[in-house]
Write a protein that binds this ligand. Structure first.
Ligand code: MLT
Length: 330
């Protein structure tokens, strides 16, 4: 018995010592979508803020592992060493995947540690520059008049752009009006939209603001319940709710996760650093400039338990919608 306690205390001391020295090598943020897109943008801004928060010679690199609506990158993160040096930056896809991908290689609530929610990002309904519509009404009428002839780009089944596209089509009862075209992320999808190869997309403001400002895409509406009145550019666009899609309200939350089994002192150090990063003026300025709403210090989702409870609710809520739609990835 004495030997047991000696070993237990030694192990605890080792873990605490490990946490004190953590990180002992570069930290990798896995982003399950292509580089240059909205999730990549959140991850790179957060990496800079958390690098400062962790201090010392901390370095954080972003690794893009795109495909299957984000589940390929998530699977890679689940299988990574549970030592805090590999983390996943993902979004609502974490909650859609278990219902859409019936042969998922992991269980979101069992195989991940939860480190906190980062932000909520509104979405915008946009079209290629040549689309013959300039208002939301024109846009909806044009889609209705050209049912079956147009396409909708997205970042894979269960991605934010896919879910938003499905929700909009179902809200305007145009479920099969457009052919959906998957990409490895909305960065490559945006290139195709700007180039006129695809017609329509619903994407996060963190990826659309610059294109709308530059006039390289047309914007028609935002997906929040209330207008984005604080945003210098997006304040001019109506909400889908105001356009008659009563109750339409969609923002995309992003969260930070670690593989199951990552030591508790390391998780605490990462969650503390995340909370500091979320108060970093540079991080807030960059994110809010692109329409994102950074999670507030008193947001219960910024705690590991609050984050996990929130995702559990989202999984249950989205399962109903996905089962009702009856569209599965496999
Ligand atoms: C991305 O980073 O490409 C997006 O988050 C994809 C999406 O979910 O629409």
């Amino acid at each position: 018995m004495k030997q047991f306690w000696t070993l237990a205390v030694a192990a605890a001391c080792a873990t605490t010592a490990f946490a004190q020295d953590f990180p002992t090598k570069p930290i990798t943020f896995i982003v399950p979508f292509a580089a240059g897109g909205p999730t990549d943008r959140v991850a790179r801004d957060l990496a800079e803020a958390m690098r400062k928060a962790l201090g010392g010679n901390t370095s954080i690199v972003v690794e893009n592992a795109a495909g299957a609506g984000g589940t390929i990158g998530a699977t890679r993160a689940v299988r990574a060493a549970p030592d805090g040096h590999t983390l996943l930056v993902w979004h609502i896809g974490m909650a859609t995947a278990p219902s859409l991908y019936r042969r998922l290689q992991y269980k979101p609530l069992e195989d991940f540690e939860y480190l906190g929610i980062i932000n909520d990002v509104p979405m915008t309904l946009i079209g290629k520059p040549q689309l013959p519509a300039n208002t939301y009404r024109d846009f909806e009428n044009y889609i209705r008049a050209n049912s079956g002839k147009l396409n909708l780009a997205h970042a894979g089944l269960g991605s934010a752009s896919h879910i938003c596209g499905l929700m909009w089509q179902s809200a305007v009862k145009l479920n099969t009006a457009m052919t959906t075209i998957p990409f490895g992320g909305t960065a490559p999808a945006m290139n195709a939209l700007v180039g006129g190869q695809v017609d329509v997309m619903c994407d996060q403001t963190t990826n659309t603001t610059a294109q709308i400002e530059g006039g390289t895409v047309k914007a028609f509406a935002v997906t929040t319940a209330k207008p984005l009145s604080n945003h210098k550019l997006l304040k001019d666009y109506p909400t889908l709710n105001d356009m008659g899609l009563r109750g339409f309200n969609l923002t995309i939350w992003h969260g930070l996760n670690a593989p199951k089994g990552t030591p508790a002192p390391v998780l605490k150090k990462l969650n503390d650093a995340l909370k500091v990063a979320l108060r970093d003026p540079d991080f807030i300025k960059k994110q809010e400039g692109l329409g994102a709403i950074v999670a507030a210090p008193n947001d219960p989702r910024v705690t590991p338990a609050g984050h996990k409870a929130f995702v559990a609710d989202e999984i249950a809520k989205l399962k109903v919608a996905i089962d009702a739609a009856g569209q599965f990835a496999d």
